[in-house]
Design a protein around this ligand. Sequence first.
Ligand code: SAM
Length: 186
Amino acid sequence: MTGILRRFLDNPGMIGAIAPSSPALAKAMAQQIGKGVAVFEIGAGTGAITRQILKSALSGPLVVFEQDHFFVESLRRRIGQIRVVEGLFHDTVVGLDEIPDALVIVSSVPFVSLSKILRFKTVEAICHILAASPNRCLIQYTYFDRPPFVPRQSSLHWRRLGRVWANIPPATVWELRAEIDPEMDG
Ligand SMILES: C[S@@+](CC[C@H](N)C(=O)[O-])C[C@H]1O[C@@H](n2cnc3c(N)ncnc32)[C@H](O)[C@@H]1O
């Protein structure tokens, strides 16, 4: 049995997948990262997307957030050169010294299967970070062809980036970012 399937059987709502992200999905996520930005990856799991992020032209710092102890140990053992923060994103992100202005949050969080309270806290933490700067965005995939969640902040908007068929199951990649208000700009 693969690591992720075993973890899924123990905690299906939190893990949310029975197979790692495919190379095609990992590439589609990682290619959204521009030059010189910092990256937070939430829910790195087996590290399929993490490895692709490291392979692509990552030039800023990468911090990985993962709540599952088995995956944390495995990420630390197998992908040595990254900072892995163990715990829930909304709890652990407040412990960072600073949040860079130019930031891409790459997420595999299974919003559909998370408990209601955890979904609320995770969405609030992500949206609070994004709403503070238009230089930040969230890259997130879903297995259904609709946006992952509805942000409370009216400044935040989803953009559908594309569908990746070569994944189990096929996935849609989305971007969420704050739109600059033209009346406030300049
Ligand atoms: C779909 S799985 C991993 C997908 C990953 N791309 C892969 O290929 O293995 C989602 C992961 O998100 C983690 N996770 C879920 N909610 C989280 C949260 N609030 N904070 C940190 N990690 C979380 C789970 O532990 C799980 O490892």
